[in-house]
Design a protein around this ligand. Structure first.
Ligand code: 1CP
Length: 339
């Protein structure tokens, strides 16, 4: 059984597998090398050979337990015919959205546009290096996906009023969820054995809209993933009430952000937990990294836990610090079991 599945399915408390959000990306010189030669990010995400190479770059360097397919949550808007560009020092810029067009968009065209993503998952699966390990497929949460589609850029830059139109958001979500399901299904069919839902902007939703914007639509996708006999990890970043989220959405694993107190969370949550450590700890020194990492590992020692960060690896991270982090986690895994 693969490392993540041992924790998720068997509730194994002895092993603490490790993978990192954004492990394949900007902090790696070998990624930057490829990226420099490929200015169009979406095109790069659709190049099967390069996607395979980038996905496996961190596994070639480090003893990680899982790979995450190199892609982006904004590949779904692209698949729906919306233009998506990544502008240096600004972030993603999306084209105008024709709501009627999205509603009438055919499942076939969507699948066809994203076919290279599925092919690259197959290519990654064929590689020896991934044997026995997990390959994580992913989507953005319905809310986060819609935030980018309607806002046309990151909410970091500005937040358009359109997102407060409750009826529009609910209506669009129903439609987008069908495509998110197709994307989940095709990733699993191609060889992904775990799905993660990144709801990076869950923290923007007001209490009164949580059911309609987050809980309801995400629960549908979790159920769908589980119906395909595949576990689903949810990362509702900065959501105020993780306990309520777990009760209502029922994921297989909950991935926590770095504002969460790990000691408190294990008191209330009964499902496997992932992540938590602040990615900026990797910007400090090895001694501090050992201290903070071991603190997380000790707190979760008797809990089914997948080591990860509380958000993605930061671009300015030194790859040697990532290597050291993985060594610390692997060393902890060699401890003798407690009686
Ligand atoms: O070189 C570059 O300019 C590209 C940088 C980059 C990379 C490496 C982007 C642009 N996306 C990715 C890959 C990516 N994105 C992966 C696969 C690699 C891996 O994780 O190892 C994944 C899982 C994502 C997920 C993603 N994309 C999220 C959710 C996670 C999170 O960080 O909160 C979000 C919000 C995005 C949108 C996105 N993609 C890229 C940018 C610059 C952004 C916008 C982020 C923002 O709004 O600030």
């Amino acid at each position: 059984m693969s490392p993540l599945k041992k924790v998720i399915r068997k509730k194994d408390k002895l092993i603490k597998p490790i993978w990192l959000m954004r492990q394949a990306g900007r902090y790696l010189p070998e990624f930057r090398n490829i990226r420099e030669k490929n200015p169009n990010f979406i095109e790069l995400c659709l190049d099967e050979k390069k996607v395979k190479e980038i996905t496996l770059q961190p596994l070639k360097r480090y003893n990680l337990d899982a790979a995450i397919i190199f892609s982006d949550i904004l590949i779904v808007p692209y698949g729906l015919g919306q233009s998506v560009n990544f502008v240096k020092n600004f972030g993603p810029k999306l084209g105008l959205l024709d709501l009627k067009e999205v509603k009438n968009y055919s499942f076939r065209s969507f699948r066809k546009k994203l076919e290279p993503v599925y092919k690259s998952i197959k290519f990654v699966r064929e590689d020896k290096i991934i044997k026995g390990k997990d390959l994580i497929g992913f989507i953005g949460g319905p809310w986060t996906t819609l935030v980018y589609m309607l806002n046309q850029c990151s909410p970091k830059n500005k937040l358009k009023k359109i997102l407060s139109d409750k009826n529009l958001v609910i209506d669009m979500m129903k439609c987008i969820n069908n495509f998110l399901e197709i994307h989940i299904k095709n990733q699993i069919k191609s060889g992904a054995n775990v799905i993660q839902i990144f709801d990076s902007w869950a923290g923007l939703v007001k209490e009164k809209n949580l059911e309609n914007f987050i809980y309801g639509p995400t629960k549908r996708l979790v159920k769908f993933t589980q119906s395909l006999n595949t576990p689903c990890i949810c990362f509702p970043r900065n959501i105020r009430n993780y306990d309520e989220y777990v009760k209502l959405v029922k994921p297989d694993v909950i991935s926590i952000d770095y504002n969460i107190d790990p000691k408190k969370i294990i008191k209330n949550i009964k499902i496997p937990i992932q992540g938590g450590m602040n990615p900026s700890v990797l910007l400090t020194d090895k001694k501090n990294l050992e201290k903070v990492t071991n603190n997380y590992l000790n707190i979760f020692e008797n809990f089914p836990y997948i080591f990860n960060l509380g958000h993605g690896v930061l671009p300015q991270t030194d790859p040697n610090m990532v290597e050291h982090l993985i060594k610390i986690v692997k060393k902890f895994n060699e401890r003798s079991p407690k009686n």
